[in-house]
Design a binder for this molecule. Sequence first.
Ligand code: ATP
Ligand code: MG
Length: 381
Amino acid sequence: MTRVRGDWINAPAAQAVSRAIEAAGHQVFFVGGCVRNDLLGAPISDLDLSTDALPDRVMRIAVDAGLRAVPTGIDHGTVTVVADGEGLEVTTFRKDVETDGRRAVVAFSDRLEDDAHRRDFTMNALYATPDGAICDPLGGLHDLRARRVRFIDNAGARIREDYLRTLRFFRFHAWYGDPAGGMDADALAGIASNLAGLETLSRERVGAEMLKLLAAPDPARAVATMAQTGVLGIVLPGADASGLPSLIHLEGDCPPDPIRRLAALGGQDVPDRLRLSKRDRKQLAVIREGMGSVMPAGELAYRHGADLATDVVLLRSAQMGAPLDACIWDDIAKGAQATFPVQPADLMPALNGPELGAQLRRIEARWIASGFELQRKDLLT
Ligand code: ATP
Ligand code: MG
């Protein structure tokens, strides 16, 4: 029998919640990302549990066990149970009875098989008991080992139930698919013949999904296939996937950054189309401004910090098809640490108002041009 490999399942929170539900006479399984990533040896972000106990019953069981229970999505079956300071999502087995392509109307079920069939990909329909034994109702283990992202049942039908699954397909392929193998042909056919429904998705969901995809170590193939199938043109009109491989190549050991990659794609109205957060909007705007300028790396780092300077130099090199200058990382480190040694008070009272500002900027420009080397006394003489 296959078992989970990691020790996360024996952590106090995981055991407290799953054993309480089990002790009350119910079926309970860890499901989804935690089981999938355990088997892949990938980091586990959150714990999701699936049970035949109805949501009210889950609340009762948790409270009786001395745990806090929050009805986070009780209408669709989800209760968050807090144990050992950690929130675990417990969702009652469900089967979809009706869908409009965005939201499913669900009915609760007492059968694990029903619950498995309403999930998206076979590798996401893997379950583990509180003891760590794997339960694989749909052959997900075989696909996971082959790193094959495959829709459960009919790809086109699954997509029409929830068009976000098209984007999730590319996301999971980027993270966990076989980089050398091709993508599942049925999935691609189902995606290509159900493009229009993507327009009905909320911008928040599309944005969140795109950023998760672009945060993968190497999403270039997934994004290229999104472009070929027409998906990219719908979610990001005007975007161009062709510059992404060279950016990713240049990134080397730099940690992946989804906004940097997004900048490489271009496109119209990107911040609004993806409902980017304030922080992400700012990063994208600074990157675009930096790319449209010839500001040297050190000055970029001085003005915007080392991370943004890194984004800009990587994107510039990718765009020009040129290798990175060997000393660029030193320039960035130096600029990021530099502190302008002249204060307004140094020029007062001789200067004030707009003249003071203009003179300070001139002195600052000299200092930057010196590679941040000139000292206060040099600058004031
Ligand atoms: P991670 O949390 O690492 O991003 P995950 O697989 O846990 O990955 P979630 O979005 O947390 O992804 O969803 C948990 C599980 O719920 C999935 O593994 C899948 O079984 C199911 N699921 C989530 N979203 C959908 C969807 N749109 N359609 C069908 N099943 C879904
Ligand atoms: Mg999850």
